[in-house]
Write a protein that binds this ligand. Structure first.
Ligand code: NAD
Ligand code: UDP
Length: 327
C-alpha cells in the first residue's frame, strides 16, 4: 500500500455524518472499515459502497472492544438526535464512555491517530454567546439531555487523559448542528423533521415559540473541517469548534423550509422539550486560524440540496429507529 493510503476505521460509519466520511475516504483510495450497530442508521446509507475493494462493513457495538490494525480512527458512533439518545439514556452514556475507552485503547495499541466527534452540547444551555472553545459550559448533569452531554464531556476527558498519560495522538471536534443528505428521514432532528413535514404538506412542529436559535452547517463543509483537523500538525488536538456561525431562530428555519418546498403546511407549536438550549452559535476563529477552514454553503443553498435529497428517497424504505417522543 502507498504511504499516502491509510487504513481508516470509522465508527458510526453508516450514520448521517459517517456515511459522508466513508464516501470521502473510499474516493481518496483509503482502506476503510465502517463499524456500526445500525441503531439510528440503515445499510442503505452506505449500500453504494458495498462491493468496493477498499470498503468493509462490520456490524459491531462500540461498547465492546474491537481489534483491527489501523492508522486512523474516526469515532462517530453515538445517537445524535435527542429523541433517540433519550430512548435508552444509560446505553447512550455507555456508547460515549465505553466506546471512547475501547477506541482509545485500540489507538494506544496500534499507535493510530484518533478523532472524536464531540458536540456543541458540551456547552449545554450556554450563558455566553457565541461560544468559544474556552467556555466550560452550563450543563444540567441530572437532566434528560445529560446522558448525551455528560457522556460526550466524559469522552473528551478520556481523550485528553489518554493523550497526556499515553501519548495518544488525538483530535477533538465540537460539532454544531449539521444537516444534509443521508440524514435519516425519521431522525427527529429539526431540519429533517421540517423538510419531511413540508414535502408531505403536514403541520410543521415548532417546539416552544420558535425563538430559540441554532447555527446550521451543511455536511460537506463539516466533513472538510474533519479532514483538515485530522491532517493538521500533531499539536492541533482541539477541542475545536466546527460549525456555521449563521444563526437562525427555529421559526425562521420553518419559514425558509416552507418557502423552498412551496409547501401548504401550517406551523403549529408544541411543548418545548426540557433543557432545550435557548441559543447556540460557534466562535470559529480557531478553525479559521489553525485549520484555514470556514463554511462555504449558506442555509438556503444547503436546504435546497437537502430538500432535493429527501424528495428523491422512498420513505417506505425507512424504519423509525425508535417510537420515543422528546420530553
Ligand atoms: P447518526 O445517528 O446519523 O449516526 C450515528 C451512528 O452511530 C449511527 O449509524 C448509529 O447506528 C451508530 N451507533 C450508535 N450507537 C452505536 C454503538 N453503540 N455502536 C456502534 N454504532 C453505534 O448521527 P450523526 O449526525 O451522523 O452523528 C455522528 C456523530 O457526530 C455522533 O457522535 C454525534 O454525537 C456527533 N455530532 C453530530 C452533530 C450533528 O449535527 N449531526 C452535532 C454534534 C455532534
Ligand atoms: N425542534 C423543533 N421541532 C422539531 C424538532 C426540533 O422545534 O420537530 C427544535 C428543538 O426543540 C430545538 C431545535 O429545534 O430547539 C434543534 O433541535 P434538534 O433536535 O435538531 O437538535 P439540538 O440542537 O436541540 O440537539
Amino acid at each position: 500500500m502507498s504511504k499516502h493510503l491509510k487504513r481508516i476505521l470509522i465508527t458510526g460509519g453508516a450514520g448521517f455524518l459517517g456515511s459522508h466520511l466513508c464516501q470521502r475516504m473510499v474516493d481518496a483510495g483509503h482502506d476503510v472499515i465502517c463499524l456500526d450497530n445500525f441503531f439510528t442508521s440503515q445499510k442503505s446509507n452506505i449500500a453504494h459502497l458495498l462491493g468496493k475493494p477498499n470498503f468493509e462493513l462490520v456490524r459491531h457495538d462500540v461498547t465492546n472492544p474491537f481489534m483491527a490494525e489501523v492508522d486512523e480512527i474516526y469515532n462517530l458512533a453515538c445517537p445524535a438526535s435527542p429523541v433517540h439518545y433519550q430512548y435508552n439514556a444509560i446505553k447512550t452514556v455507555k456508547t460515549s464512555v465505553m466506546g471512547a475507552i475501547n477506541m482509545l485503547g485500540l489507538a494506544k495499541r496500534t499507535k493510530a491517530k484518533i478523532f472524536q466527534a464531540s458536540t456543541s452540547e458540551v456547552y449545554g444551555d450556554p450563558e455566553i454567546h457565541p461560544q468559544p472553545e474556552s467556555y466550560r459550559g452550563c450543563v444540567n448533569p441530572i437532566g434528560l439531555r445529560a446522558c448525551y452531554d455528560e457522556g460526550k464531556r466524559c469522552a473528551e476527558t478520556l481523550f485528553f487523559d489518554y493523550h497526556r498519560q499515553n501519548g495518544v495522538n488525538i483530535r477533538v471536534v465540537r460539532i454544531f448542528n449539521t444537516y444534509g443528505p443521508h440524514m435519516h428521514p425519521y431522525d427527529g432532528r429539526v431540519v429533517s423533521n421540517f423538510i419531511i413535514q413540508a414535502i408531505q404538506n403536514q403541520d410543521i412542529t415548532i417546539y416552544g415559540d420558535g425563538s430559540q436559535t441554532r447555527s446550521f452547517c451543511y455536511v460537506d463543509d463539516l466533513i472538510n473541517g474533519f479532514i483538515k483537523l485530522m491532517d493538521a500538525p500533531d499539536d492541533v488536538t482541539g477541542p475545536i469548534n466546527i460549525g456555521n456561525p449563521g444563526e437562525f431562530t427555529i421559526k425562521q428555519l420553518a419559514e425558509m423550509v416552507i418557502e423552498l418546498t412551496g409547501s401548504s403546511s401550517k406551523i403549529i407549536n408544541m411543548p418545548l422539550p426540557k433543557d432545550d438550549p435557548t441559543q447556540r452559535k460557534p466562535v470559529i476563529t480557531q478553525a479559521q486560524e489553525k485549520l484555514g477552514w470556514e463554511p462555504k454553503v449558506d442555509l438556503r443553498e444547503g436546504l435546497t440540496k437537502t430538500i432535493a435529497y429527501f424528495k428523491s428517497i422512498n420513505l417506505d424504505d425507512y424504519r423509525k429507529p425508535t417510537d420515543h417522543e422528546v420530553q
